[in-house]
Design a protein around this ligand. Sequence first.
Ligand SMILES: Cc1cc2nc3c(=O)[nH]c(=O)nc-3n(C[C@H](O)[C@H](O)[C@H](O)COP(=O)(O)O)c2cc1C
Length: 303
Amino acid sequence: MKKILAVYYSQTGQAKNILENILKPIFSESEISVTFLKIEPDPDFPFPWTSDEFFNTFPESVAGIPCKLKPFDIDLNENFDLVFLAGQVWYLSPSIPVNSFLKSPEAAVLLKNKPVITVWGTRNMWANAQETVKQRLKEIDSNLIGNIVFMDKHNNLTSVLTIIRWLLDGQKGKSRFLPAAGVSDEEIVSAEKFGPPILKSIQINNFAILQAELLKINAVEINYPILKLEQNGARIFKIWNRIIANRAKKSYNNRIKAVRLFKYYLLFVIFIVSPPAWLVFALRKLLFHKNAKREISYYQNVG
Ligand SMILES: Cc1cc2nc3c(=O)[nH]c(=O)nc-3n(C[C@H](O)[C@H](O)[C@H](O)COP(=O)(O)O)c2cc1C
């Protein structure tokens, strides 16, 4: 009997839904058992969010400061053959619940020396978060052997508008001028296609070529200009985080004021700066094709 642990956090159900679809072909195998483990912050984050609540998670997300979690309903002595970690990105970082799980003593036990597949349900910027997760998995001696990424495939500005409508108003479905938010239903259903190569790897207990097999069926699609926007954004987020942390030392009120300033900065960058920057990066991909290809290959792989 092979044992799979499927760890997840999801506010809207999107990441969980993706994970369940990936596992669908595996559920029907009688010699494999799947144990789900839900990450439960205590208290949980709100959904839908108010604007202040939404932007006020920025400092802890970027600094990687964990929140309190409810006790895990799992036997830490169970020896799993494969672990899935499904979650989302908050401010170009692993969401606070996912980060809190990874930093927990329980994760250090459950994931030690275990093969891990990360699964992301994001808007379109996940690469920086994956680097953080890679680092943490290394620290607790687990082996990242697969990564599958789901994104909103609409253009960057459209997906910003629809995700704001979804996360702050709770409206996911399409409206008069905007499409539905998040990963499309078709993509979520198609996640089933990742089940068979994973099943094969677990049956033969060899994950060496799994990511290469997953890439053949588009497990990680990279939009180069978006990747470059993200890398620049991640650098600037660190500076903002220092500014907010300094203000927060004085009073909570000062922290909130700095967070609101960050909100206006972010909206300015997204709607005014990022469109021309996108064009520059698209041009750069054409001019420096080999470099771009190398970088894309790095982020598609798990090494
Ligand atoms: C506070 C917050 C910040 C977010 N920041 C990002 C981000 O930086 N990049 C991104 O692609 N998606 C971002 N998202 C979208 C999430 O990654 C995710 O797609 C969405 O919240 C749905 O996830 P769920 O599975 O928890 O419902 C953010 C969401 C929240 C709530």
